[in-house]
Ligand binder design. Structure first.
Ligand code: ATP
Length: 229
């Protein structure tokens, strides 16, 4: 188990899962600002091998992980975590949280971070109550993604919401916190894929390494070595 980096005694860990198809600056900047906001030791970013609630991505999990590793580069505290690629069957977040809980221990402050659009579907996830037994849920605001909560979601989160990171970190799991991080980027992987498929520029939506690598591999409908600049 990695040693906690901050002044706090218990490890503070976030799981930030997604399709990352491909990873973009909205994901990466959110992860950095999430780490700052909650004084986290590590943010584990995990590509889902087989996302349970959406169509299979056109790009393999291995390539999505490779792009994520390049995107993170040497960013302190961010970890490209490929564990969901090693499991068979769908990628359930509850199983991943259980693994992280076992690794970091009972006293770890474990957080499952997700954008507001993903949060709106939380009640449809596999074993949603178990998610709160294993971790706190932290919802990051995202431009253009606010809609009313379903009844099922309202029931799931009833009595869990706290208002500050300190209140959340007072316990190991079970809370809910909404965060409005300083930089909220209106960039989505859908938009990036659409632009790539049309041969349009994605400069500054992705890190330069991610852009270069996906062009070199001809992913997302780009030709080999094509310059989209
Ligand atoms: P797609 O457009 O293919 O649905 P996406 O850009 O939403 O993709 P995902 O891989 O589906 O990316 O998202 C992984 C997680 O990152 C989700 O919790 C999502 O809400 C969050 N997320 C994605 N983009 C942003 C962003 N720009 N700001 C904050 N959170 C984001």
């Amino acid at each position: 188990m990695p040693v906690p980096l901050g002044t706090h005694e218990s490890p503070r860990i976030a799981m930030f899962g997604g399709t990352f198809d491909p990873v973009h600056l909205g994901h990466l900047r959110s992860a950095v600002e999430l780490r700052d906001a909650l004084a986290l030791d590590y943010v584990h970013m995990l590509p889902a091998a087989r996302p349970p609630l959406r169509e299979a991505p056109g790009v393999s999990a291995e390539h999505r992980l490779e792009l994520l590793q390049l995107g993170i580069g040497d960013t302190p505290g961010l970890v490209a975590d490929g564990r969901e690629l090693k499991r068979s069957g769908p990628s359930f977040s509850a199983d991943t949280l259980a693994e992280l809980r076992a690794e970091y221990g009972d006293q770890a402050r474990l957080v499952m971070a997700l954008g507001h659009d993903a949060f709106l579907r939380l009640a449809d996830w596999h074993e949603p109550e178990r998610l709160f037994e294993l971790a706190h849920v932290v919802v990051m605001e995202r431009p253009d993604h606010d809609a009313p909560l379903s009844n099922a979601l309202s029931e799931l989160i009833a009595g869990r919401e706290v208002n500050t990171p300190a209140q959340l970190m007072a316990s190991t799991a079970g809370g809910l916190l909404h965060l409005s991080l300083p930089t909220r980027m209106a960039v989505s992987a859908t938009y990036v894929r659409q632009r790539l498929a049309r041969g349009c520029s994605v400069r500054y939506l992705l890190t330069a390494d991610v852009e270069r690598h996906l062009l070199a591999l001809g992913l997302y409908g780009t030709g080999v070595g094509e310059q989209l600049g």
